[in-house]
Design a protein around this ligand. Structure first.
Ligand SMILES: Cc1cc2nc3c(=O)[nH]c(=O)nc-3n(C[C@H](O)[C@H](O)[C@H](O)COP(=O)(O)OP(=O)(O)OC[C@H]3O[C@@H](n4cnc5c(N)ncnc54)[C@H](O)[C@@H]3O)c2cc1C
Length: 392
């Protein structure tokens, strides 16, 4: 980014709307704020700061999700990170970005012991377990503490020139009227689902999952509409289990077993991975809690099935994998359906990257424009800031 171009941006005090308060939206707001602030510091010029508004239809921050239940007897919690469990930071830029929160301890590496687990195929056999790897601090897998949602909340709290409007669903954008557009200088008016105006914006950045972005942009004349449907996203069912105390855990999970593990990758099962929540860093106060993700292909095949039937099937598969007897069965059982969980990545094809309509000053972004993970959210936020700067 050049100083000259950023200066041009700041003097016009752009109004920027970000649709979606997930990590892509929050990273984008953070990086936009930093880019403007850096320019002001360098130019020593009294300029206008950007006015950024993030619109989020739910009451919290996207697919980073934590559920908990309090136990009235002990006052302790069961807790499940039922969306993203951890993230990686492979690029130097993302590593640098996360450093301040690593320094405060909000983000921590999770040096999990990972196993391959093949469930038993009848009641008498035990699951077959092999050590797969141990995550380390060099190529770390990071978690947010004490909950996965804390990082999103902290990012939101640290924004200085941005307003977040939760429980506000942006309605699909409408066809742009060129004559009117010239008069109002490329501004786009956004509306909520009741038809109330949310204001006029110089830039609109959509960070919704792509099935929702398709609907939001369908009638708008967005120049890159066809490309939004290129990446495919698959569903994921998540099973959350809790036990009343450590001594009620089945043998396959108890600490006195031969191989202590934190994460299991499953073979020959509709289940994909098992995560032991109470063994994560800064999670030791939890009651025993397990999060289990089903395989994405299996979840997609059953995406419209009755959730109670899904829960029963996943529980049966978990029993087969962990082999508990009736007196070691979990006391807490919950299940969640993610319709848009995972982006299908093709190693032969490049990711689409953010989609830009320069004439309207609209950008469609999100993890699905990259590899479908948290690091992609950051990369798409970087691309967005570069595009906004370049357009000036
Ligand atoms: C089960 C599961 C497991 C995962 N595991 C991992 C993992 O291990 N590691 C990893 O790195 N990543 C993982 N991910 C992916 C990671 O969670 C995502 O990459 C990341 O959270 C996506 O952030 P986002 O901001 O792009 O999208 P989202 O979090 O989906 O945010 C988009 C937001 O837009 C909002 N929105 C949509 N339409 C509108 C509208 N009209 N108006 C207002 N708001 C709207 C939505 O409510 C949503 O909050 C996992 C995801 C799931 C579901």
């Amino acid at each position: 980014m050049t100083n000259h171009s950023l200066h041009a941006v700041t003097t016009q005090s752009p109004k920027i709307a970000i649709i979606g308060g997930g990590l892509t939206g929050l990273f984008t707001a953070t990086l936009l704020e930093r880019a403007f602030a850096q320019n002001i510091a360098q130019d020593s010029v009294q300029t206008h700061l950007p006015q950024i508004t993030v619109f989020e239809k739910s009451r919290s921050v996207g697919r980073l999700a934590t559920r908990y239940r309090a136990d009235s007897h002990t006052g302790k919690n069961w807790q499940w990170a039922f969306g993203a469990q951890f993230f990686t930071a492979k690029t130097a830029s993302f590593k640098q970005f996360i450093t301040p929160w690593l320094d405060t301890g909000l983000l921590q590496p999770w040096c999990a012991q990972v196993i391959d687990l093949t469930p038993a195929n009848n009641d008498t056999q035990s699951p077959d377990i092999h050590i797969k790897e141990q995550w380390n601090t060099a190529q770390a897998c990071y978690i947010s503490t004490p909950k996965m949602t804390n990082w999103g909340r902290t990012l939101a709290d640290e924004l200085q020139y941005s307003t977040i409007k939760f429980k506000t669903r942006v309605a699909p954008l409408v066809q742009y009227d060129n004559t009117l557009a010239e008069k109002v200088d490329k501004k786009t008016e956004l509306f909520d689902e009741t038809g109330a105006s949310l204001g006029h914006f110089d830039w609109v950045i959509c960070t919704a999952p792509n099935a929702q972005a398709i609907e939001l942009m369908a009638e708008s004349g967005f120049a890159e509409q066809a490309k939004i449907s290129e990446p495919k996203m698959l569903a994921c069912y998540t099973l959350m289990l809790g036990w009343n105390s450590a001594d009620q855990l089945p043998e396959s999970l108890s600490n006195d077993r031969q191989s202590v593990w934190d994460v299991a990758y499953l073979n020959d099962s509709m289940l994909d991975r098992i995560f032991i929540e109470h063994q994560k860093p800064a999670h030791a106060d939890l009651l025993p809690s397990l999060t289990i993700h089903a395989r994405n292909d299996w979840s997609e095949q059953h995406v419209d099935d009755d959730i109670e039937m899904i829960k029963a099937r996943l529980l049966q598969a978990a029993l087969q994998a962990l082999n508990w007897s009736d007196d070691h069965a979990p006391s807490q059982i919950d299940c969640h359906r993610w319709r848009y969980a995972a982006t299908v990545t093709d190693s032969d094809k490049e990711a689409v990257g953010i989609l830009i309509d320069e004439s309207h000053q609209w950008i469609v972004s999100g993890d699905w424009c990259g590899q479908g993970n948290i690091e992609s959210c950051y990369q798409m936020a970087q691309q967005t800031v570069e595009a906004i700067n370049k357009a000036k």
